[in-house]
Ligand binder design. Sequence first.
Ligand code: GRF
Length: 203
Amino acid sequence: LRVAVMVSGRGSNLQALLDAAAVPSYPVSIELVVSNVPDVQALERAGTAGIRTATVPHRDFDSREAFERKISAVLESAAPDLICQAGFMRILTPWFIERWHNRLINIHPSLLPAFPGLRTHEKALEAGVRLHGCTVHLVRTEVDSGPIIGQAAVPVSPEDTSESLAARVLRAEHKLYPTCLQLIAESHIRLGEDKVHFTGSFN
Ligand code: GRF
């Protein structure tokens, strides 16, 4: 499975994917990492792993459309089967999302459909939930919606701050994202049609 990764910052999820892909038996290759922000840690991580990088700064473009056409062309150059958003912080237009329909996935730090948007860990603490977690899902035009590919839950402790909870969720993200890609690569999960199909029994 040929994958391109879209990033904007720290890139710890990217690192988890790079580490997984460094194992020869892992059925996924990271072909390209694209950032909309110059000089971020994610680009450094990709460089260290010897992966091709590109920066497409959204500030350099007059319109969202022009920015997305450029980023789309850069992605096309890597001939990806799948595009993974990993901490990519720009909202994408329906044009981009339709262009990569069923080939664009995202990781979100909550158990969707609970807590879409930003500040998910604060929201989870405010709501008093006892379980929180993360979701890998297909991207649809409505933000943080789209068919769910995989989820991982973590407990919320009464002592948690949003920082301690975020750290626990992040550790779960770093396992979930590589696992989801492996299941897709091995056709245990199929994204081909308009919903996610699961075959075999796994959890
Ligand atoms: C992660 O929590 C991810 O779920 C969210 O943004 C954060 C990115 O972190 N979409 P990183 O850049 O992967 O370290």
